[in-house]
Design a protein around this ligand. Structure first.
Ligand code: NDP
Length: 287
């Protein structure tokens, strides 16, 4: 029979996590600070614990998904002793440093610890699109992998506990960078009376084609060599980028979502790298 699992935190995400465990037949105990949020899960078979201690004691595997690490600490500190010998999987969004602190806290209390980053929105949990990054205890990951796979594909990033958070944040950084350009583009066509919805398919196709260049840039950033396979040198791109900013200004649109790239490209050109690829701007970011 499927192994029991406890879910602490029933926001949009925690509710989806508990729902996925219940749908695959895992006896699921839930707790939330505001108890009423457990109600939609009760007809699905969830057991509502009266307090955190009871929730923790119901399962060897405890999944926590709260707003932030401060709330995790607030909820778990009083029950640290009861978590001893169990596995804690923290799927709350945080920084690598916060993940390392949480791992150290868990180790200090004899708790097996996995930190995780959820790469899905709540309706995507338990579907083909969802994946979750984990780091920390390899033994805990191997032991609980079948249960964790109920949420989405489970990727073990490494034993360094901050790695899942780092990869999560890298993926989100890529997403927000994409959003910045996409929002700017949609606003720009709107200034000319072109409906954003009409332009959207063209933009989607273009972004997809540009994403195909990611492995090429990854090789360059990995090796620090930006002169191989250049088809669009940064001197040319820097000149053209000025047109992007001027056109936005001319249309009455602030270019602030995309503007930070310009001084970086200009510096690469000024420092003698004009013949190289634009990915070389990464060298200016390294501290
Ligand atoms: P919600 O705002 O829907 O829920 C927040 C949860 O945190 C609630 O259960 C809330 O309890 C609880 N909480 C907040 N502060 C405290 C506290 N001090 N003590 C106890 N409980 C507390 O957020 P989500 O469920 O959407 O997100 C949860 C985590 O999942 C976040 O870290 C988020 O970044 C991450 N995540 C979310 C995604 C999404 O698309 N939603 C995607 C990927 C990751 P109460 O009900 O009592 O207020």
């Amino acid at each position: 029979s499927a192994s029991p699992v406890t879910v602490l935190g029933l926001g949009a995400m925690g509710t989806a996590l508990a729902g996925a465990f219940l749908a695959s037949g895992h006896p699921t105990t839930v707790w939330n600070r505001t108890p009423a949020r457990a109600e939609p899960l009760l007809p699905l078979g969830a057991v509502r614990a009266g307090d955190v201690a009871g929730a923790v004691e119901a399962s060897e595997l405890v999944v926590v998904c709260l707003l932030d690490y401060a709330s995790v600490r607030e909820v778990l500190d009083p029950v640290a002793g009861r978590l001893k010998g169990r596995t804690l999987v923290n799927l709350t969004n945080g920084t690598p440093e916060q993940a390392r602190e949480a791992a150290a806290w868990a180790a200090g209390h004899g708790i097996a610890y996995l930190d995780g980053g959820i790469m899905a929105v709540p309706p995507g949990i338990g579907t083909e699109q969802a994946f979750v990054l984990y780091s920390g205890s390899r033994d805990a990951f191997d032991a609980h992998r079948p249960v964790l796979e109920r949420l989405g594909a489970a990727h073990f990033a490494g034993t360094e506990p901050g790695l899942a958070a780092l990869l999560d944040i890298a993926l989100l950084s890529g997403m927000y960078g994409m959003f910045a350009g996409v929002f700017h583009a949609l606003a720009l066509v709107d200034t000319a009376g072109v409906p954003a919805e009409e332009f959207a398919p063209l933009l989607g196709t273009w972004i997809g084609a540009m994403a195909a260049g990611i492995p090429h840039y990854a090789r360059q950033i990995g090796s620090g060599e930006y002169a191989d396979g250049v088809v669009s040198n940064v001197a040319m791109q820097s000149a053209a980028f000025g047109n992007l900013l001027r056109a936005a200004e001319d249309q009455g649109l602030s270019p602030e979502l995309i503007a930070p790239l310009q001084p970086l490209m200009a510096r690469r050109v000024a420092e003698g790298h004009g013949h190289e690829d634009v990915a070389g701007i990464v060298e200016l970011l390294r501290r």
